[in-house]
Design a protein around this ligand. Sequence first.
Ligand code: ADP
Ligand code: MG
Length: 385
Amino acid sequence: MIDTRSLLDSFRRFYDREARLFRAPGRVNLIGEHTDYNEGFVLPMAIDRATFVAGAARDDRRVRVHSVNFDESAEFNLDVEGRGRRGLWLDYVEGVARELEKRGARLRGADLMISSDVPLGAGLSSSAALEVSTGFALLSLSDVAINPKELALAAQAAEHNYVGAQVGIMDQFTAVMGKRGHALLIDCRSLETTQIPIGASEVVVAICDTRVKHELASSEYNTRRRECERGVEILREWLPQVRALRDVSVEDFERYENHLPEPVRRRCRHIVTEDARTLLAAEALRDGRTEEMGRLMFLSHKSLRDDYEVSCAELDTMVEIASGVKGVMGARMTGGGFGGCTVNLVLRASLDEFQKEIESGYKRATKLDPFIYIAEASDGAKEVS
Ligand code: ADP
Ligand code: MG
């Protein structure tokens, strides 16, 4: 947990002035993996781990930033053209500021101090939490009101243009639009969003961090994007109305899949079936049919492992152990893959046993200590009083 009082104290000591406080959450995706950049459906929720930004406006156009996580300071000037893609954490902050200005927001300079309890690089999207929290802080300190969707799009563009990761819109959108007690069913084409209450029920969302992150992640990510595009190109010969894999039904896919070379066929099968699973899961969650929701999560993992091939031994082990625990309704890898976290739907009454089994089983299998954390659905970006 971030101690917000001590963050404000540190800000005062560091900059010798008072600050306002803003936050934006990390997220966990319940189901709908790798579907966002195929213009399909995702079902994430914002979590109760967040990036906090203490900030005060300046009279000039300098933006000074201190990251408590890295114990590092950096700055840029909004009036001086940026260099971008330096491979520094500042790229995220500077990127979102410049993307907001490109969209017409006239920002003031600011002094910022950032502290996050979203684990960095674990697939819970500390990057989107950073972009959105600083973007929201800069807008608020400049008295600029923009459509929340524009903030999410600016944050995504920051990651594309200033960091160099061609991410979908899910993470940034969830960090902006998250709603306490709710998951969000997002149509990544229209950005139409349906809030699905998960409220207080007999099940909890448990996140298990494998504590590994394999190098493959970003190169394979870009390969998968290309494989999906190739699938669309070929399927369009038979289905000319198709613009993205989101437009392909499971029936149409089965009719034409023989025209697709491997591994494109399997990649497309994952996306097409995952979209269908995500829509079913949203209904199951809404209706409190948690067994069905869990079943779809297990199927999603299998599809990501065998068809999309973005899992890894540690993620598979974690899901395998979870599936053997009584009271676990569903488990799957979450996020881009090749490490990071699993998401689990667990009966509240079975939580102790779940934690015990995961801790001992995962350690036995991998010699690594897992990190387990129970997530509550939280609100998107806001000012904290
Ligand atoms: P994920 O989004 O899954 O956590 P990423 O690799 O996309 O992983 O983003 C992690 C990167 O985001 C970090 O390496 C760092 O550059 C930046 N970052 C996130 N949170 C902070 C923070 N509090 N302070 C500085 N940089 C941060
Ligand atoms: Mg990220």
